[in-house]
Design a protein around this ligand. Structure first.
Ligand SMILES: Cc1cc2nc3c(=O)[nH]c(=O)nc-3n(C[C@H](O)[C@H](O)[C@H](O)COP(=O)(O)OP(=O)(O)OC[C@H]3O[C@@H](n4cnc5c(N)ncnc54)[C@H](O)[C@@H]3O)c2cc1C
Ligand code: SF4
Ligand code: SF4
Ligand code: SF4
Length: 371
């Protein structure tokens, strides 16, 4: 059998439009000091830079989240069977938590729990830093390695000031390719905050034992129903469809709807079903809502306002949440069995709806994806 390489990723993943832009292929290939592929400004997915230097090792193909080659291995490690019987993956415990620190809480997307936990891990020297995403504008972020409380506050989602200039070609994403950043941090212990597709790629890399995934000490996974992409035309359409101006957006949150807070203190709730035109195409065939391979998963869904739903999945994840609770870094609502059941039911509904969406899109050949 011939080894599949980046050439096959172009055919099977890029051409059908399902590249999730996680950057995993670039991250590995560039780490072996072999800049065969990379991100160019003209495209959001990676491309060949020096194809004649390709070693045909096939690793990029193995770790791509859209080839699903390592699913069986990962499912065994993370005690997960399949999406139909376990739409939430393995749930060790579920909590509804909030940051104690008022700044993390105020600036946090929901309960400020993710950044509080990272800050605690840095202070205790369990990690050297964390790969997070700093807000540039409401629908645009950049990757940073946060090494301090100040870095984390600056990476929280409230300070949104830049408004798009419609006279130049601009692109806005709620998604960001974070993995290529890793290559610059060899031999560090890092936490990684990411969407399910990114965490999946990291777990594939760790399963194969390839660089630079050894840097990642802990995977903090965000829930993700979908991500959005805007170019100038879409910004104009969005402003018309929802009768608001991008420049007036103060912050966004994604929970059971897209929640947009405007500078005049009003809030607009837009259901996902009205946002199909703005969704990244790769998200149309993605089944994982709750980040099943993370050590700990975080989302707003299921918790009251300004609280974060926290699902622990691994021993490492459980220990970290327990330590953060015992140290008084975060607090947890006291939930009885029925309240936990209600939370799980609500999150399961969204997970199942995401799975159904993928199956429908694949059946209708919206995407010519080979499963
Ligand atoms: C694109 C996206 C889609 C989401 N969809 C849903 C959803 O459908 N339903 C739901 O309940 N929750 C969703 N979430 C999760 C939710 O918005 C919160 O991030 C989560 O509840 C944690 O809140 P917090 O206040 O505890 O985190 P905070 O303490 O505010 O920390 C959030 C951390 O996430 C990092 N971050 C923010 N955006 C990104 C990004 N794009 N990529 C990588 N890291 C990032 C920040 O830098 C920060 O470190 C989504 C998040 C994102 C980024
Ligand atoms: S060298 Fe390996 S990882 Fe890099 S593009 Fe070629 S096959 Fe992919
Ligand atoms: S590994 Fe990620 S960036 Fe590379 S082709 Fe696959 S989805 Fe796209
Ligand atoms: S919906 Fe899936 S593909 Fe899209 S950003 Fe979220 S995890 Fe990645």
């Amino acid at each position: 059998m011939s080894i599949k390489t980046f050439k096959d990723l172009i055919e099977e993943v890029h051409e059908p439009g399902i590249c999730q832009e996680c950057g995993g292929c670039v991250s590995f290939c560039n780490s072996i000091e072999n800049d065969v592929i990379g991100f160019k400004k003209t495209n959001s997915h990676p491309e060949y830079i020096n194809n004649e230097k390709c070693l045909e090792c096939g690793i990029c193909y193995f770790i791509c989240p859209q080839t699903h080659i390592l699913d069986d291995d990962l499912n065994k490690i993370y005690k997960f069977s399949d999406f139909l019987s376990m739409p939430l993956g393995f749930v060790e415990a579920i909590y509804s938590c909030q940051a104690i620190d008022s700044e993390f809480l105020n600036y946090g997307t929901d309960g400020g729990v993710v950044n509080s936990i990272i800050n605690y891990l840095i202070e205790k020297k369990f990690i050297d830093g964390a790969i997070v995403a700093k807000t540039k504008s409401p629908f645009s972020r950049e990757v940073i390695v946060a090494k301090s409380r100040e870095d984390l506050i600056s990476a929280s989602g409230v300070k949104l000031d830049i408004s798009p200039q419609l006279d130049t070609v601009q692109k806005y994403h709620t998604y960001i390719s974070s993995l290529p950043k890793l290559r610059h941090y060899k031999f560090k212990k890092l936490a990684f905050v990411g969407t399910p597709c990114q965490i999946y790629t990291i777990r594939c890399m760790q399963n194969l034992g390839i660089i630079p995934s050894e840097n990642i000490e802990i995977c903090l996974g965000l829930f993700c129903y979908e991500n959005f992409f805007f170019d100038n035309k879409k910004v104009e359409k969005f402003e018309k469809d929802f009768k608001l101006k991008f420049k007036n957006i103060k912050r966004i949150n994604i929970k059971e709807d897209l929640i947009i807070s405007l500078k005049d203190d009003s809030t607009v709730y837009i259901p996902f079903k009205k946002l199909t035109d703005y969704m990244r195409q790769a998200c149309a065939v993605c089944k994982d809502f709750t980040n099943i391979y993370a050590d700990i998963s975080f989302g707003g869904l299921g918790s009251p306002n300004k609280f974060t739903t926290v699902i622990t999945r691994t021993k490492k994840g459980k220990d970290i949440v327990n330590k953060a609770l015992n140290a008084g870094v975060i607090k947890s609502l006291k939930l009885d069995a029925n309240e936990k059941k209600d939370m799980i039911e609500k999150i399961t509904q969204f997970s199942q709806s995401k799975i159904k969406r993928t199956e429908k899109n694949m059946k209708n050949k919206l995407i010519t994806w080979k499963s």
